[in-house]
Design a protein around this ligand. Structure first.
Ligand code: FAD
Ligand code: DLZ
Ligand code: SF4
Length: 510
């Protein structure tokens, strides 16, 4: 009468839907370290180490809680290397009567799971992932018939559904749904006051995994030298509490700020834990709201943070599943340039890019504005193939799973879906980076120069990007002003910008 319950590397939650109603006496949980999962893109070494260590710790916690866990390690000589191959071997071992699983976070894995029933001639129940606020059906009902799928309106529905930050009349706390007008200040000039996230020294389990990853994935990007991730729910909860106590109050103010050699600023560094299941998103939002109700943090920070989780995070997931498996192939701007090699080592004389990429290789982390307005902005204005950009983001961040990474990269950052997610491309000249960071002061390029050998590449590429894509973007109302400004430029200026941009872009391939 055995039920076999596979639990994947991003399903490390004690309350996972696949476990609901299961009897520990008659159930076997199957956890699989699988070569296919570690290599379908060349994940950052620290990302692999984090997931494998969190899986091993979770297996131990499940056993402690009374479950039988069949755990297949990567270096098991009989490991077939795939979820389906390992399920086949586990069926031989346990002769289950049925399989119960929670839906995975990726079309690729869902397609494999949907074949299991026929392949193994066993009933397979795939349950909705109850760790999200919005179900697929609810998202589709919300999106149906709308011309534009704007996050802001979706977010208000999620506030109403969860009751987060509503007053006693069901109205938004403080009278507004969104306090962004009070957020997004340039960086402060007080580096000593910047909080740092907790650092978790690797225990014996993590050390064993770090050795394994160093031996097996030496050719993958990134470093293991700075590995300080929490690998258990208890430690991830410590980082959650640490963030709420030390950083949340200024999260809104400095959400978009960037400073040299300061990767974290007032961000939470909680996405790896939320996405693999060590933390519960709703419990986190409730803890953040409680800090506000106790008068410890201001409303702009509280609302801004909760919006990222029940707004953006839920919204991009809805888009991913709604748009289907071919979403990854879109390329509305027909961008084809290969990804420059410096995306893997940070060796570029553009200081902003060197900073964002360097810390990514060290920590498998960069905050949102670095991803969107530095590395993403550069790829966009340089015309890099969005599929190559997507693979890079999926590889290098410890929080990257396709359901969340793809819409953010392909849609929000690269405009490759033609504007489904963003009403205009997130393209900017160096001016934005100069306002929001101290990077330009450390750079060999001149952010004020518009042309010539010292001109900031973002200045050249921004106008060249608009010029190159006028067919697709020229009618976008939100770009009317820059296109008017471009039209007013003398032809001679335009030719210089085009030539300088071409010279710079050619140098990328050399
Ligand atoms: P904080 O700034 O502290 O924000 C709090 C939480 O809000 C995050 O932990 C995250 O769960 C959520 N959040 C914030 N913005 C977003 C967003 N746009 N989409 C989804 N959730 C959001 N996030 C991922 O979790 N995985 C990814 O693979 C990923 N890829 C991205 C790729 C690009 C090109 C861009 C522009 C953004 C991407 N993001 C991704 C969103 C965002 O950058 C990260 O969630 C955030 O930087 C994580 O750091 P943090 O935990 O310190 O976040
Ligand atoms: C990302 C990842 C990696 C690197 N390794 C494993 C693994 O060995 N075993 C596992 O169960 N999951 C792993 N994962 C996460 C899966 O790729 C993830 O479950 C799918 O992408 C579906 O979201
Ligand atoms: Fe980046 Fe340009 Fe500023 Fe240099 S000058 S840091 S390339 S924005």
């Amino acid at each position: 009468m055995t039920t076999l319950i596979p639990i994947l590397g991003d399903q490390l939650s004690p309350g996972l839907s696949a476990l609901e109603g299961a009897d520990p006496e008659t159930s076997v949980i199957l956890m699989m370290e699988a070569d296919e999962e570690t290599t379908y893109v060349r994940h950052h070494k620290a990302k692999i180490a984090f997931i494998l260590s969190a899986m091993r710790h979770h297996a131990a916690a499940l056993r402690e809680a009374g479950w039988t866990v069949d755990y297949v390690r990567l270096d098991d000589p009989d490991n077939s290397g795939s979820f389906t191959g390992e399920l086949a071997r586990a069926i031989e071992r346990h002769a289950p009567e049925r399989i119960v699983a929670t839906r995975p976070g990726e079309w690729r894995v869902l397609a494999a799971m949907q074949e299991w029933e026929d392949r193994f001639d066993l009933p397979v129940e795939l349950r909705e992932d109850s760790r999200f606020v919005c179900t697929h059906a609810e998202f589709d009902a919300w999106a149906e018939g709308r011309k534009q799928l704007r996050m802001e309106f979706f977010y208000r529905d999620m506030r109403r559904k969860t009751g987060l930050l509503l007053d006693e009349h069901g109205k938004p706390e403080g009278g507004e749904w969104n306090y962004d007008s009070e957020n997004r200040k340039p960086p402060p000039n007080e580096p000593l006051l910047i909080p740092q996230p907790l650092r978790f020294a690797p225990d014996a389990i993590t050390r064993e995994v770090l050795d394994l990853v160093a031996r097996r994935f030496g050719n993958h990007p990134g470093s293991l030298d700075h590995f300080v991730f929490a690998c258990t729910t208890q430690d991830a909860q410590k980082q959650q509490a640490h963030f709420i106590k030390h950083a949340l109050a200024r999260f809104g103010d400095y959400q978009d700020a960037m400073l040299t050699d300061q990767p974290y600023l007032w961000h939470s560094i909680l996405s790896p834990y939320l996405n693999c299941g060590l933390l519960d998103p709703l419990a986190l939002c409730e803890a953040v709201e409680a800090a506000y109700r106790e008068g410890k943090v201001p409303l702009n920070a509280t609302e801004g943070f909760i919006r990222q989780i029940i707004g953006w995070r839920e919204y991009v997931r809805g888009i991913y599943w709604r748009e289907g498996p071919n979403y990854a192939q879109r390329n509305a701007l027909n961008a084809t340039r290969p990804l420059p090699g410096f995306y893997y080592d940070g060796q570029t004389d553009m200081h902003c890019m060197g900073q964002a990429i360097g810390q990514t290789m060290d920590h498998a982390y960069a905050h949102h504005i670095q991803r969107l307005m530095i590395t993403g902005n550069f790829a966009l204005v340089a015309g890099i193939d969005p599929h190559a950009v997507h693979r890079w983001y999926l590889e290098v961040y410890a929080d990257a799973y396709e359901w969340v990474e793809l819409p953010n990269t392909l849609g929000m950052s690269q405009f490759a879906d033609g504007g489904l997610l963003a009403s205009k491309p997130y393209a900017s000249s160096g001016n934005y980076i100069n306002t929001m960071s101290d990077y330009c002061g450390h750079c060999r390029y001149d952010v004020k120069a518009k042309t010539g050998a010292k001109a900031c590449p973002f200045n050249l590429l921004y106008w060249d990007f608009l010029d190159r894509n006028e067919d697709v973007l020229g009618k976008n109302q939100r770009l009317a002003m820059p296109y008017r400004n471009w039209a007013k430029r003398p032809d001679k200026d335009k030719q210089t910008i085009r030539a300088d941009a071409k010279r710079f872009l050619d140098s990328l391939t050399r």
